[in-house]
Ligand binder design. Structure first.
Ligand code: HEM
Length: 142
């Protein structure tokens, strides 16, 4: 079994579990929410580095007629998801720094709105990669 694929799968599971914990800011502690939220930003970059070949390859072929629609949709969903995570982290930081009530309310709305949108996108993202995930899981437990 390819060690890189096992590492990828473990990283994805850690990211998924962490993401779910973010929906109750006091589940472990608020400090944990903030620190692990920032760590999540680093994990997503590692996730992208591990999948760099796919990202570079599809970026070059995005407008190629022979590229499957499923792959194009998957690429677009992944790109939106990445933008949403950036928005969540940036809005989290700005929310903490803001002093005026209106600004806090706007950053909070963006932070929570992008989080709920991301949960939906993560569902689609995982669904589209289900074949890869289930093949790695089957090999690990074979
Ligand atoms: C991907 C990472 C993150 C996700 C998905 C996320 C998601 C959420 C969600 C859904 C809430 C509302 C939960 C609740 O009310 O119990 C929340 C609250 C909050 N988050 Fe995050 N968060 C992330 C990272 C961060 C980071 C990095 C910071 C700060 C640097 C931050 C700062 C806050 C603050 C200040 C609140 C409290 C908002 C309030 O209730 O007034 N979050 N977050």
């Amino acid at each position: 079994m390819n060690k890189k694929n096992i590492f990828k799968l473990i990283l994805d599971i850690v990211m998924l579990v962490l993401f779910v914990t973010f929906f109750d800011k006091n589940l472990i502690s608020f400090k944990f929410h903030i620190i692990s939220g920032l760590v999540f930003g680093v994990l997503i970059l590692i996730h992208m580095l591990l999948n760099k070949k796919w990202i570079v390859n599809i970026s070059k072929r995005l407008f190629d007629k022979n590229l499957k629609t499923r792959t194009k949709v998957s690429y677009i969903i992944s790109a939106i998801l990445f933008a949403m995570v950036l928005l969540i982290i940036v809005s989290g930081i700005f929310m903490m720094k803001a002093t005026d009530y209106d600004k806090i309310a706007i950053w909070r709305m963006l932070h929570i709105g992008a989080s709920y949108l991301s949960i939906v996108l993560i569902g689609v993202h995982v669904g589209l990669y289900w074949r890869f995930i289930s093949s790695v899981v089957k090999k690990v437990f074979a």
